[in-house]
Design a protein around this ligand. Sequence first.
Ligand code: AMP
Length: 480
Amino acid sequence: MTFKELGLIEPLLKAIKDKGYTKPSPIQEQAIPVILDKHDVLAGAQTGTGKTAGFTLPLLQLLSSKTSKNTKPNIKALILTPTRELAAQVAQSVDDYGKYLPIKTAVIFGGVGINHQKALLRKGVDIVIATPGRLLDHIEQNTIDISHVECFILDEADRMLDMGFIRDIRKVLALLPAHRQNLLFSATFSDEIKKLSDGILNNPKLIEVARRNTSSEMVSQVIHLVDKDRKKALLSKLIKEGNWKQILVFTRTKHGANKLSQQLELDGISATAIHGNKSQGARTKAFADFKAGAVRVLVATDIAARGIDIDQLPHVVNFELPNVAEDYVHRIGRTGRAGNEGEAVSLVCVDEHDYLKGIEKLIKTSIKKVVIEGFEVDPRIKAEPIKAGGNRGRNNSSSRNSPKKTDTRAPRDNRNKDKKPFRKDNESKNTQENRKYKLSNEGKKFKESSNNSKFGSAKPNSSRVDNRQNRQRKPRVQKD
Ligand code: AMP
């Protein structure tokens, strides 16, 4: 199957060629014709599958016949994403694929000034890519009109719900015209997502592609059992002695991310942190420096790193295991990409053994454990409950205002039995093909060989507080 055979028009084919894509990815093969036929779509796909082009290309094609250089456009498509980074990436894709079409776009998210966004909206745009919080700011200030939207796209709907955006989504839905096309993308398929999609989608076509490979043969996973207060020293040793050049390190909390990056700097290893408390400018710069190789270590929390597309990342380190087993899968999925070998290293102390059990249960694998000489575990140290930090979930209602509480809860995958991976009743032939699929981009290849259709049984427990965005919407939810 070629992009041309999918019925795409010449300006899009030219833009695709510029990107270096040689053939459509499975989600693109399935989604493009269905969207061009103006069906609603419920798609199970996550970052890394090519889903953005899967909805952006047909959307651009549908809108291309409706644009005119001479009139001020109405907003005809609204794409909602959970995070600023994802919004920026989707906007970049819309710009890239739409570069030979006279389509105007605006990306609107918080953490940056609102005036430039207002000016863009005043001039008129065809497509808006937005995070819910800032979109509602514009709605409240009457600086956006979404009453002409013909196509509504909810990207990473499961994350939206996990981040507590449901009420914001409902507010937005209430302002959209009743007659419209709807596309909903989600990596997991829970009862909540089903309820949401039932309320939004009209007789949707179901599309599923395998989740990006997570316990791939391309990713070697190892656990170093180590005492908590020796983790930093062990990490420095691994980086220095292994001569690692580009390392994405995950911590559970924002505070932990800051502290670790500072400590690594003191050890002579260039490092920077990204998390929700940093301004958007600082996050963008930190990420750009890391991508360009100017900074060796990027320390991130799960939410901050989500949606970011980094190719060829050789090392992912779990400085702390996530309290949500599925996040382990997301984290290690950032290495071993682009057909390259990747290494996922987890530093695990005695407090985290329950988290480790939850992860191994989820991935149905016992991960290799290696003790590094000089970092042997002190058997006298007893496990202590892990304190909930920046990743407290929205379900933890006390998390917003009360002091930190001890998190003695079971790993999330055990607590969310209703969450299932997105899956149709019968696994399609396409799905099997997806598992072997390799996305190639400008000579790079992504390996897709998922064996983890069970992944997705857990719900991330992540929540951050952003007082600025929530000042008019109570009680507050996390915004990114
Ligand atoms: P996404 O899942 O939309 O985040 O896309 C993941 C990556 O795949 C992005 O870097 C895209 O540029 C790339 N990509 C999307 N479609 C294709 C394709 N057909 N061939 C090669 N790479 C692609």
